[in-house]
Design a binder for this molecule. Structure first.
Ligand code: GDP
Length: 477
């Protein structure tokens, strides 16, 4: 909705609203989109609580989940990633769930860690990826693989929405992955759940109980309060998402973890996306192959088969693959070797394709020339929050019928590896204002072909983007 729409909601003339915004130091015309900063300012000026409507949920990739193949689609368990700010309780939550809900534990207690856990609740299963946080999530996505169906965003009720909360939220949004908020630490004296609900609303996550469509569950990971409710909400959301797969089609899936084990050789934890993987199958990943010598499930049992959504550790690969590599079954070891011969070539070609495909400001105009309606996705990093919001608003105003502009993420501080991975996964460019990339981010942006543009003057950003839209951008040196 625009600033003008907000005026209607407030039952005041649009001119008044614009004037109040000017008084608040914001030059925003009535036609401009009312972002969270505008809503906040107007909320203060008119003494109302304003939240963005839920249809404002920003971009989500339509292709985030592959269309399942096959005629025998059956329900499959949801695959869940836990995200959130450091120390808000992600690990505690995962540990609690693992210790209380993992079915079928080995006598003696400790189950083997394979990188994912399978939890049973109400006779249904839920798969949790064991590595919390959005770094693994997004680096897998940058490789083109996405396994997460649902993201749990953990927010400590005594601390609230923090920079990494917003980062995680934007990573999940950019991937089109639905979010359930776990308001953690409600046992603590300083917990203020309603204050956090307001902060979440400001980020576009309006709780259901406030008329929005974000599921918010109050929990204490430490004391085990509300965990059943959280699991229940995951299952309800999973049902709404209609997660289906055919166990009978050719098996394929994604590598989520891999390492070289001294005794066992290369081991890889994979999640089967569709079909059923059997011991003895020959699989081919992006970079390696092998006959599956053994499969170990999340409870540490040797198993002969693994169906859709199931995580298993594979033994028998000839090399250690990277997380995010996809695999499928091939007919024979000879066929696999034939593929492997091509793998180096394939990898080189893929890297090159990635390079060409990546969006740059220069690329924008040529796409428009080709009659496409391009989308400029931007990861914006600034020195301070106020500037960030101002630049965001100005950039969003440049969108036209011919080109969409979407700000995938706004953050404060140095450009990090995580920003680059998000940009790579979202085909975005990075704009830095009065910030620089750290050494790692620089290296990865080079190898991933992600464009980073650094500025010290706001008008230069706007000028450059406008020039790019008009095909007048001077080439960078
Ligand atoms: P992570 O960095 O998000 O994985 O956070 P941790 O799970 O390591 O938790 C950080 C700290 O918060 C630890 O000291 C936990 O014991 C504590 N903590 C986590 N959940 C809760 C909770 O529900 N209540 C309280 N009081 N403390 C918690």
């Amino acid at each position: 909705s625009s600033v003008g729409d907000v005026a209607k909601v407030l039952c005041v003339p649009a001119g008044d609203v614009v004037k109040r915004l000017v008084e608040a130091g914001m030059m925003v015309p009535a036609g401009a989109p009312a972002d969270s900063a505008v809503l906040e300012a107007l909320g203060v000026a008119f003494g109302k609580k304003l939240v963005a409507a839920s249809d404002e949920q920003p971009l989500a990739e339509k292709n985030s989940r592959p269309q399942p193949k096959g005629d025998n689609l059956v329900e499959r368990p949801p695959i869940v990633t836990v995200m959130g700010h450091v120390d808000h309780g992600k690990t505690t939550l995962l540990d609690h769930i693992r210790h209380t809900r993992v079915a079928d534990r080995e006598a003696g207690g400790i189950t083997q860690h394979i990188g994912a856990s399978v939890v049973s609740y109400n006779a249904k299963r839920i798969v949790f990826l064991d590595t919390p946080g959005h770094a693994a999530f997004t680096s897998m996505r940058a490789r083109g693989a996405q396994v997460t169906d649902i993201a749990i965003l953990v927010v400590a009720a005594d601390d609230g929405v923090m920079p990494q909360t917003i980062e995680a939220l934007n990573h999940a949004k950019a991937a089109g992955v639905p979010i359930i908020v776990a308001l953690n630490k409600i046992d603590k004296a300083g917990a203020n759940p309603d204050k956090i609900r307001q902060q979440l609303s400001d980020q576009g996550l309006v709780p259901e109980e406030w008329g929005g469509d974000t599921i918010v569950v109050e929990i204490s990971a430490k004391q085990g309060i509300g965990i059943d409710n959280l699991l229940e909400m995951i299952l309800i959301l999973a049902e709404m998402l209609e997660l289906r797969a055919d166990p009978a089609v050719e098996p394929e899936g994604v590598v989520v973890e891999a390492e070289l084990d001294k005794g066992k050789g290369p081991v890889a934890t994979v999640i089967v996306r569709q079909g059923t993987l059997h011991r003895g199958d020959i699989v081919l990943t992006d970079t390696t192959t092998g006959r599956i010598r053994a499969m170990i499930d999340a409870s540490g049992n040797y198993v002969d088969e693994a169906g859709p959504s199931m995580p298993v550790e594979l033994l028998g690969l000839s090399d250690v693959p990277q997380p995010g590599e996809r695999f499928h079954r091939v007919g024979s070891e000879r066929e696999a070797r034939g593929h492997i011969a091509d793998i180096e070539e394939l990898r080189r070609r893929r890297e090159q394709e990635n390079r060409v495909k990546r969006m740059t400001l220069e690329e924008l105009y040529s796409q428009m020339q080709q009659g496409e309606v391009p989308q400029l996705n931007v990861v914006l990093k600034c020195d301070v929050q106020g500037t960030a919001e101002a630049i965001r608003a100005s950039l969003e105003k440049l969108a036209t019928d011919e080109v969409g502009i979407s700000i995938v993420h706004v953050g404060v501080g140095r450009i990090s590896e995580s920003d680059v991975m998000l940009a790579a996964a979202s085909n975005a460019i990075i704009i830095g204002f009065d910030v620089r990339p750290d050494a790692n981010a620089k290296k990865i942006s080079d190898s991933q072909g992600v464009q980073i543009r650094l500025y010290r003057v706001i008008y230069d950003i706007i000028d450059d983007v406008r020039a790019a839209l008009e095909g007048m951008l001077a080439p960078t040196l």
